[in-house]
Ligand binder design. Structure first.
Ligand SMILES: Nc1ncnc2c1ncn2[C@@H]1O[C@H](COP(=O)(O)OP(=O)(O)OP(=O)(O)O)[C@@H](O)[C@H]1O
Ligand SMILES: [Mg+2]
Length: 281
């Protein structure tokens, strides 16, 4: 764990001595060209370079189709970039790995396994003994607020509960990096707020590196150390905004904080500028 530059002015939580930031993810001049079914080349990402420090919470914002998911898939190792490179801890990413845990909206749970069975799956695959895997999984289930639901099947859960199980299941692998693609996008506002708070609590405890894609400006500002604003397709990085707000963050306090409000308004304006720039098919 280390203290990030964007938190440097904060004195609220005593932490360990400040260490130089180390890069967890390095995206270096990445471009992605897809071939469409009409056999045309489609430039989805154009020359993306971004370094994400160990323990940072970084959100990616940008218009629909600008390549946010593609960038996450590249870091996840599900897609290899047409040019440039993506590295995790200095090693070029060539495939998915247990160090990078995806929490994608479409990342389905095993319908035939209970909540406990779904969460235990990862540790069991990694060779953890059943009793230990069960104890770890029960603790994670409690942490995501699902104590009492261990024996429920996914079809017996609400959307928000399924999303919590997906988060617990990914955390059970102990990934160093969480890759989250609009994980709360389909949830009602209240459930979304609760899950944002839960995620921040978990993050403040573990300080995993998080790469988080969202369409919501206030979600991005509330959660992140940095917000990466992308331009319309073909996706380029338009600006990286350091969110210099103290942690731990409390939503109700932040909503009244003029610094928070300014970040949200400035980024919303940036979105408006991108929208006014028109659509590039
Ligand atoms: N497998 C594919 N084959 C061809 N084109 C693709 C493929 N995957 C994505 N694309 C194209 O790449 C571009 C970026 O897609 P991507 O899904 O990364 O966007 P996004 O920013 O995540 O959008 P949204 O906010 O709507 O989820 C889009 O123009 C899309 O049509
Ligand atoms: Mg997407």
């Amino acid at each position: 764990m280390k203290v990030l530059p964007s938190r440097s002015s904060e004195v609220a939580t005593p932490g360990p001595a400040r260490q130089p930031a180390t890069a967890m993810i390095e995206i270096d001049h990445v471009s992605q060209v897809f071939q469409t079914s009409a056999r045309k080349d489609h430039l989805a990402l154009s020359d993306i370079s971004l370094t994400i420090e160990d323990g940072a919470f970084v959100s990616i914002l940008g218009p629909s189709g600008c390549g946010k998911s593609t960038l996450l898939y590249i870091v996840g190792g599900f897609v290899s970039p047409t040019s440039g490179s993506a590295k995790v801890k200095g090693k070029t990413i060539t495939a998915p790995g247990p160090d990078r845990g995806p929490v994608f909206q479409e990342f389905a749970l095993f319908p035939w396994k209970t909540v406990l069975g779904n969460v235990m799956y990862g540790p069991r695959q990694q060779g953890v003994r059943a009793t230990e895997a069960e104890a770890q999984s029960r603790a994670l289930i409690e942490m995501v607020g699902l104590k009492g639901y261990e024996n429920f099947f996914p079809k017996e859960l609400s959307g928000g509960m399924k999303q919590r199980v997906a988060l617990a299941r990914t955390l059970a692998y102990h990934p160093e990096v969480l890759l989250m693609d609009e994980p709360f996008g389909a949830l009602d506002a209240h459930t979304r707020t609760r899950l944002q708070n839960d995620l921040l609590n978990i993050w403040e405890r573990d300080r995993k590196t998080v790469l988080f894609v969202t369409h919501s400006v206030d979600e991005a500002v509330f959660l992140s150390d940095k917000v990466v604003m992308m331009s319309r397709s073909p996706g380029r990085i338009r600006q990286v905004i350091d969110i210099d707000l103290p942690r731990p963050r409390r939503r109700t306090e932040l909503l009244l904080d003029p610094r928070y409000q300014k970040y949200v308004v400035d980024i919303e304006r940036m979105f408006d500028d991108i929208d006014e720039a028109g659509v590039n098919p």
